[in-house]
Ligand binder design. Sequence first.
Ligand code: H79
Length: 424
Amino acid sequence: MNELWGEEKEKTEEITHKEHQWYKEAKFAMFIHWGLYAQLAGEYQGQHYWGINEWIMRRAKIESKDYAKLADTFNPVNFDADAIAQLAVDAGMKYVVITAKHHEGFALFDSKASDFNISNTPYKKDLIKQLAKACKKKGLRFGFYYSQMLDWSEKNGFGNDWEFNPDEADVQKYMNEKALPQVKELVTNYGDIGCIFFDTPGPIKHEQVLELKALVEKYQPNCLINSRIGQGLGDFKTLGDNEIPEEPVDGLWESCDTHNNTWAYSKLDFNWKTPKEVAHRLIDVISKGGNYLFNIGPKGDGSVPEVSAMILRETGTWISKYKEAIYGTESMYLGGQTQFAATQKGNKMYLFIKDWPKDNKIYVPKFNSKVVNAYFMDDKSKVSVTNLEGATMMNLPLRMPDPVASVVVVEFDGKPNINSDKVF
Ligand code: H79
């Protein structure tokens, strides 16, 4: 099952040939799941489908001819590409990745390769073009998600086994006639593409991955490709959906995360992560060296759920106070506990304290390098540091200065260097 849906952590080769510093420094990004399913919002023919709504076609076993009717009513007049790009900026995000085509098979862009696309809706206008332009204007890198194997609208696509006989599917034909031409459209018509999020490689073969990769790289030589292209061939790893690793991961990698319990908008789901939870998950990811790709699911009319947008802006307010501790930092692993986590840059360690200790003391590992200064990042007030036999003790004030997470800057006489015998 895991292998089929591409959920396993796949190996990636080390990249030396592509420009990727921007990706390493970015840390926080916006994922957008949007398609015809947004109109259903968790309900089909009076039935409620709680959970991931972008899968509603499969979960409700909707036949493709019925599902296609959703294109006749897709008219997202409240879609505002500039407002979405501004939301990403306000949230402190550095790149945006949108579903150009999810498993349902519908393209949010004007495609010559398949009529099942935005041009054949009452709305007509290319959504990818608008968003790519808006992102560029605001200095955000732009990327897209593309479901390269699963396509439930095509009898030759992979995955629609409730309507078509999987044994008769000619997946290579689907790739030649739809996936490859559409990916070519996406890498040629929308300016610079920072990264591509392929998904669920399923039974994709090595040669098929190579062909897809070569196509992307022919037109966008610096475009970073994720590991879910399949067969261990990506430039950066995508961990499992909603997965945050226990320990640091080597190389370039990303955790993708939902805001509630679905990627696509569902009117049934109010389980939003709070700004504090979003910030804590971001801290977790960056302390282990990754990027945090955080999802929003616009509604069928194109608007972003207001609560989701508010929570993101609030998270962005917190981030804006601690930029130096977040962007362009490296992982700093202080052991597997949840009270605090850290990043590092130069001779500084940035210690994020998520849960305030009852006795106002926290114990981090011993360092080989010497502490020369320690202070709260926001008001610069000093923190006293005591070297104990097996640990470094930080003496904190009575109350947590920042209710989301406080950041202590610890300066060393060199690069922070943990005494690895003393990590607990
Ligand atoms: O785009 C998002 C998901 O739709 C996609 N990856 C993220 C980024 C994804 N592709 N495959 N999967 C997720 C695995 C999905 C498995 C499940 Fe189900 C879908 C679990 C519940 C619904 C399939 C149908 C297995 C059980 C029922």
